[in-house]
Design a protein around this ligand. Structure first.
Ligand code: NAI
Length: 301
């Protein structure tokens, strides 16, 4: 059966261009009413204009869909709350939040100022937190919500020159892990999308990647699944060039050593600690402690 979003209201942040624009067009084409949020600034977050968001709204309306533009910066919690209030006043609810807005200020850590670090954390992490906070109570009241955080391979696996961006993107994974647990009883499903696409953000990577194969529209099908009725929760979906993979945070079986020579034992057995045979994905942070206590109990029995 076709995946439809009729009657659903979505907010897509940073939807004036790149991935956000494709996500918004794809949601609208399948029946969702969409708030097109975008500050309209440069890649490093400076400046601002509503033109890009308005153009996406016009595109959606021309195709018979419903949308309105909003120019709030996701870093401005009050303006974000106004955006959510406007969506509720217009369409009665917000069912789907796609936290996609983002900026880059790449530099090696040696050259990076704390201001550049804080700014990137603020847009990616606090931007997603502000938007999520503004929709959270309504989603809980209506017992329905689908939220996606846009993470990145830079956060999951690291990338030279992106300590600020990588830290912010991995922080979103941590945010998602706990939020999905807290949202479960109200059918609020929270996931992360780790895209790879040719957009303004990645235009400098020309030499390294065959850009023509990396259209952002190839990522949006993954986003649609993560915000659909039958969405999973607590999932990190990687997507690019038509490829879709899942990333996990895992725990190896490890060992148990106690005693005065424990540091030496750890050094001697680091290969066994690192052995990925039998590794697990703990269902919550508590599970790590439970596994470790289990080892201790076994040693004493
Ligand atoms: P993009 O630069 O085309 O889109 C980002 C959009 O966010 C822009 O339209 C920008 O105006 C908007 N924005 C920036 N700051 C904002 C703020 N404070 N409030 C509201 N809107 C704001 O770049 P792209 O590639 O489409 O990025 C979308 C998301 O995907 C970002 O979160 C990015 O970090 C992430 N991402 C992209 C990858 C790629 O390969 N393109 C790889 C991994 C993650």
């Amino acid at each position: 059966m076709a995946m439809r979003f009729d009657g659903r209201v979505a907010i897509v942040t940073g939807a004036g261009g790149g991935l956000g624009r494709e996500h918004a067009l794809a949601l609208a084409a399948r029946g969702a009413k969409v708030v097109i949020n975008d500050l309209g600034g440069a890649r490093d977050g400076t400046g601002g204009s509503s033109a890009a968001a308005e153009a996406v709204v016009e595109e959606i309306k021309a195709a018979g869909g419903e949308a309105f533009a909003n120019g709030a910066s996701v870093t401005d919690a009050e303006a974000v709350q106004d955006m959510v209030d406007q969506a509720i006043a217009t369409w009665g609810r917000v069912d789907i939040l796609v936290n996609n807005a983002g900026v880059l200020r790449d530099k090696t850590f040696a050259k990076m100022t704390l201001d550049d670090f804080r700014f990137v954390m603020d847009v990616h992490l606090m931007g997603a937190v502000n938007c999520t906070k503004a929709v959270w109570d309504g989603m809980r009241e209506r017992n329905y919500g689908r939220i996606v955080m846009t993470t990145s391979s830079s956060g999951l696996f690291g990338n030279f020159g992106q300590t600020n961006y990588g830290a912010a993107k991995m922080a979103l994974v941590g945010f998602m892990q706990t939020l999905s647990i807290e949202g479960a009883k109200n059918d609020i499903r929270v996931n992360c999308l780790a895209p790879t696409a040719h957009t303004r953000m990645t235009e400098d990577l020309g030499a390294a990647l065959p850009l023509e194969a990396l259209g952002p529209e190839l990522v949006s099908p993954g986003l649609l699944y993560l915000v659909s009725e039958d969405a999973p929760t607590r999932c990190i979906l990687a997507a690019g060039a038509g490829g879709f993979e899942r990333a996990y945070v895992t725990l190896t079986q490890g060992i148990r050593v106690v005693g005065p020579d424990a540091p030496e034992q750890i050094a001697a057995q680091f290969e066994a600690i690192s052995d990925r045979a039998g590794e697990v994905v703990p269902e919550s942070g508590m599970a790590q402690g439970v596994i470790e206590l289990g080892k201790a109990q076994k040693a004493h029995s």
